[in-house]
Design a protein around this ligand. Structure first.
Ligand SMILES: NC(=O)c1ccc[n+]([C@@H]2O[C@H](COP(=O)([O-])OP(=O)(O)OC[C@H]3O[C@@H](n4cnc5c(N)ncnc54)[C@H](OP(=O)(O)O)[C@@H]3O)[C@@H](O)[C@H]2O)c1
Length: 307
């Protein structure tokens, strides 16, 4: 059985990755920064991975064959205000991880972002020029480059996803769910396009790439792109909520600090040909998200919250 160390295991992707990998038979250890989650069905430790020696200690304690790096500063506007912190966590830390994995023959998966593109045209493949529009995206891109410079066997996945989280407030889908389930009106950006996968499916797909021993850059996204407004509409219909509670809005009027990329339609063609299989469309993914709700998955995740 392969042992996987998941850094950022309390985050939206990290917790879904850990539970999915465990259900597929992998042995899991997780690391998180704060100590406010517990009762996870896998070993979890708290450590600031930016502290000297912390990465080496985790590797020596856990002896993983694979590391999935889900650590990041993901608050885009906060990164704009604190560029040095974003650089430390999103760029320098992945490079330090890759330095260690290259020397110890550990497979590193660096989780990157669709936001490395400026979103002016969409339809992006891995070879297309990148042009980040904010500090978050620029530091994530620097993280990709640092990983590839240190560890030629590392797998770098540009992703975008949604799912259930421990706090119940981390993903766009939870945002719509929380509003609509209480009958509250909300807005969805009709001029922002993305290609999200359900976090649990994203994890399973990345694990297939690991099992294929793939390395280098992959767009691990849904083949179907969609506006954030239409995403909300699909969610409302799937859950039987009043979809007229969501009105279309423009991101230009949202008063956000950092510039966002409008059209993040990424193409997963390299992924599809590598795996030799199709990926589910948005409605299928949403029906799985709904089934997780029916099965009590959000309550399970909330039970890990010790706050
Ligand atoms: N959400 C999206 O749709 C999206 C889109 C594109 C790319 N991504 C990428 O996907 C990855 C996961 O994102 P996410 O949304 O799951 O992130 P998230 O929910 O914000 O979780 C980030 C994780 O990093 C941990 N962390 C932060 N600083 C740390 C440090 N110094 N030492 C140890 N752990 C630290 C956090 O721990 P605490 O909880 O203890 O603070 C948390 O577990 C990131 O690389 C992100 O850039 C996300």
């Amino acid at each position: 059985m392969k042992k996987i160390l998941i850094t950022g295991a309390s985050g939206l992707l990290g917790i879904n990755f850990a539970l999915t990998a465990q259900s597929l038979g992998y042995e899991i250890a997780g690391v998180t920064l704060e100590s406010d989650i517990g009762r996870t069905p896998f070993e979890l430790s708290c450590m600031d991975l930016t502290l000297p020696g912390s990465i080496q200690k985790q590797i020596e304690d856990q002896k993983p064959q694979v590391i999935i790096n889900c650590v990041a500063l993901t608050n885009v506007d906060q990164c704009e205000k604190s560029p040095e912190a974003a650089e430390r966590v999103n760029a320098a830390l992945p490079g330090e991880l890759a330095y260690e994995t290259a020397r110890r023959n550990i497979k590193l998966v660096q989780i990157s972002t669709d936001a490395v593109f400026n979103g002016k045209c969409g339809g992006y493949v891995e070879e297309d020029p990148v042009s980040p529009t904010n500090v978050y995206a620029a530091t994530k891109l620097a993280g990709e480059k640092a990983v590839m410079a240190e560890d030629s066997e590392a797998l770098v996945c540009r992703v975008v996803f949604y799912g259930w989280s421990i706090s119940g407030t981390r993903s766009l889908a939870e945002w719509f769910f929380n509003k609509l389930s209480t009958g509250e009106a909300t807005r969805g950006f009709s001029d922002v396009i993305f290609s999200p996968l359900l976090a649990t499916d994203l994890a399973a797909i990345i694990l297939k790439l690991v099992e294929h021993d793939e390395s280098g850059l992959f767009h691990v996204v849904n083949p179907q792109s969609i506006s954030k407004y239409d995403f909300g509409q699909i969610l409302a219909r799937q859950f039987g909520f009043d979809h007229s509670l969501i009105s279309p809005a423009s991101i230009m009027d949202a008063g956000l600090i950092a510039t966002r990329s409008p059209n993040l339609n990424l193409k997963p063609d390299k992924l599809l040909s590598t795996l030799g299989e199709d990926l589910p469309d948005q409605k299928t993914e949403m029906s799985r998200f709904h089934q997780q709700y029916v099965d009590g998955y959000p309550s399970l995740l909330k039970s890990f919250n010790m706050k």
